[in-house]
Ligand binder design. Structure first.
Ligand code: AMP
Length: 208
């Protein structure tokens, strides 16, 4: 199964991808995670993209496309993959079409108001990436990870200004991909407003 997960930031693509990865036995490739890993390890790529991620803007297509091409060439992608956060522009989608065929493109749907509520309350454990929400899924002790006790952090791009920018970028550059893939007959729509286990059931039904 070769899949792309589309949908606004905060729609839960990463959370659902973690469930789908186990269920379908295929790797989860998140371009956002790959960039954040490079930033954490202070690689050349990480230094190049750090301020772009913090502002909520998009990394240039050429850089992103190269990174994905290298990742898709790895042997674990032979049986399929979940691309989460890529493509985000039409040139990226055209480049992907030259790399591989796709079986499905899932459009995770969530209103702008709900996206803002989810992202502004999101907190993460810095070492494990475990995700919380200050209202919907709070840790046992405020501000601390349930297992490691570490201080939770807020992603720089989950601050209000960056959220607004990410939503505008999504509407301008990424939303047109829904039509792009609809014309190819690949789009599967999934309501992303229920809790993750329910969204995952909707996804399985949509893909069946
Ligand atoms: P995400 O974790 O998917 O929300 O991505 C976090 C950030 O990484 C985005 O706001 C962009 O700055 C960058 N990024 C991730 N995927 C892409 C992409 N396909 N094209 C350009 N920038 C990306």
């Amino acid at each position: 199964m070769r899949m792309v997960f589309l949908g606004p930031p905060g729609a839960g693509k990463g959370t659902i991808a973690k469930l789908a990865k186990e269920f379908y036995g295929i790797p989860h490739i998140s371009t956002g995670d790959l960039f954040r890993e490079n930033i954490k390890n202070e690689t050349e790529l990480g230094l190049q993209v750090k301020s772009i991620l913090a502002s909520g803007g998009l990394v240039p297509d050429s850089v992103t496309i190269n990174m994905v091409r290298n990742r898709l060439a790895e042997p674990d992608c032979k049986k399929g993959f979940i691309l989460d956060g890529f493509p985000r522009t039409i040139p990226q989608a055209d480049a992907l079409a030259e790399m591989t065929d796709l079986d499905a493109v899932v459009d995770f749907q969530l209103s702008r108001e709900e996206v803002i509520k989810r992202l502004s309350g999101r907190r993460l454990c810095p070492s494990t990436g475990r995700s919380y929400h200050i209202v919907f899924n709070p840790p046992k002790v405020a501000g601390k990870d349930d297992e490691t006790g570490e201080d939770l952090i807020q992603r720089p791009d989950d601050k209000e200004d960056a959220i607004m920018h990410r939503l505008d970028v999504y509407a301008e550059q990424t939303e047109p991909l829904i039509d792009y893939y609809r014309k190819k007959g690949l789009i599967k729509e999934v309501d992303s407003s229920p809790k993750p286990t329910e969204v995952f059931e909707l996804l399985k039904k949509a893909l069946a």
